[in-house]
Design a binder for this molecule. Structure first.
Ligand code: PLP
Length: 451
């Protein structure tokens, strides 16, 4: 690959795209909408390739922020959706009425929400999980996780979160966010949430996670110090949960030090504090393992997942879940027939097509390519990734904006995260050829951004 390969430019965000954007924005609440990509859902799409409303072919390497883990129109997913679309309502009161299908759950023609539970328990068996609760979004999965812990501990206690975290936009979840002020400001928040540094230090820790105690100058983690029965300011009995993203998503694709995650788990265990891993972005194979936390040899008590699963799920060790009616419930929780069947089928496809391995192998290949771009362009100051959850960091925010725009103008859809990072989340079945193509376009986009 040579610097600044000529890649043809698209006529992006012209005519029809502008028309759709204006039509949409007329009454839609103000939201994100930074990107000029307008997906033509009536046009062909397959794998990472999709057509926009102006007929441009786009390579989507963000997979709807990990929520379309097999790209567009996977035939097994369209088939199951089609079959279930013949039944209305597709969403039903699933925590009030169980939705079966035919006489025998063990020989059901289609997967139901109950089948999804079974699969989720299968892929968390190494943690000893035994209970799952399905909901409508990632934020709901987080809300239910912390509700479960508040109920379990019954201490009206502290929640512990980490700097850079993102856990969703409902009031409970946003109280735990530490990535951007805009997610939080002027919204009321849960009381008693304390935050800790999210340590990505390699070698000597300089982020504030390791502290010198006033007595004796012993080095220990800030979490251990804060909860220390003699020196700390918070009685560990007052803590209801610790919640952490094993790899931070929205906050900047931050890959933590293994020792840091292990220390968080150690302290949680020492004080009998439930450890929630938010795997809404990193889970279900994205990092080459079912759960990113597996990279750190740590056993969580509860996992939250959504996005790739197509529904929210709070999964955990059974003893943490309330054993009483009405404590956790929701009209459409447990009752999203099409999405739960699609989620179940996604898990089957990941198993059948060895996509955990593909995510590992292709992730390493992609990372090598990003690192080689970094050596050629000093303005790219970091390239990192775990499986197919990858990012680069340009020197400035302005450069990030330019690279994103230039990539899109050349047909590659990417997304920012953190302050000035660019994230890559291609489908889990991505090929070498597709990665090569993305690197070629990225190369041209960086070269053009530097002028
Ligand atoms: C780690 C994490 N937690 C929670 C959420 C919230 O999920 P949702 O947008 O489905 O509510 C997100 C969404 O980006 C996320 O990345």
């Amino acid at each position: 690959m040579s610097a600044g390969v000529a890649v043809p430019l698209l006529s992006c965000f012209t005519k029809t795209a502008r028309k759709w954007a204006e039509f949409h924005k007329k009454y839609a609440a103000f939201s994100t909408y930074f990107y000029p990509f307008i997906w033509d859902r009536a046009a062909p799409a397959t794998g990472p390739f999709v057509t926009d409303v102006d007929g441009n072919l786009i390579m989507d390497f963000v997979s709807h922020v990990a929520s379309s883990p097999l790209g567009y129109n996977h035939p097994k997913l369209t088939a199951i959706s089609k079959k279930l679309a013949a039944i209305a309502p597709d969403r039903y009161a699933g925590t009030d009425f169980v939705g079966g299908y035919g006489p025998d759950p063990d020989a059901s023609e289609v997967p139901t929400p109950s089948h999804l539970h079974h699969e989720l328990i299968d892929i968390t068996s190494k943690f000893g999980f035994g209970t799952a609760f399905l909901s409508n979004s990632g934020a709901e999965a987080v809300e239910n996780a912390i509700k479960i812990c508040y109920d379990y501990k019954r201490n009206f206690g502290y929640g512990v979160c980490f700097m850079g975290a993102f856990h969703g936009r409902t009031l409970g979840a946003l109280s735990l966010n530490r990535s951007k002020q805009a997610h939080r400001v002027w919204y009321p928040k849960l009381p008693h949430v304390i935050d800790m540094p999210f340590c990505i230090c390699r070698g000597k820790c300089t982020c504030g996670w390791q502290v010198l105690t006033p007595r004796g100058g012993v080095s220990m983690s800030k979490l251990a110090f804060t909860l220390d029965p003699e020196m700390g300011l918070v009685d560990p009995k007052e803590v209801a949960y610790i919640i952490i993203e094993p790899v931070q998503g929205e906050g900047g694709y931050n890959i933590p030090a293994k020792a840091f995650i292990q220390e968080v788990a150690r302290v949680a265990k020492e004080h009998y504090i439930p450890l929630i891993c938010d795997e809404i972005q990193s889970g279900l194979g994205r990092t080459g393992k079912w759960w990113a936390i597996e990279h750190f040899d740590v056993e969580p008590d509860i996992i939250t997942v959504a996005k790739s699963l197509r529904v929210g799920a709070t999964i955990g060790k059974s003893e943490f879940f309330p054993q009483a009616e009405r404590r956790i419930s929701s009209t459409w929780g447990e009752g999203n027939a099409i999405s739960t069947a699609v989620g179940y089928t996604i898990i089957q496809i990941i198993k059948e097509e060895n996509l955990l391995e593909n995510a590992t192998v292709m992730g390493n290949y992609f990372l090598d390519g990003l690192k080689s771009l970094m050596t050629r362009y000093p303005s790219i100051i970091s390239a990192r990734g775990l499986g197919l959850m990858l990012a680069v960091t340009p020197e400035t925010k302005e450069l990030q904006d330019k690279i994103l725009k230039n990539a899109f103008d050349r047909g590659l859809l990417l997304l920012g995260c953190g302050y000035r990072d660019i994230r890559f989340l291609p489908p889990l079945d991505v090929t070498r050829r597709e990665i090569d193509l993305s690197l070629e376009i990225l190369d041209a986009a960086i070269a053009a951004a530097q002028g």
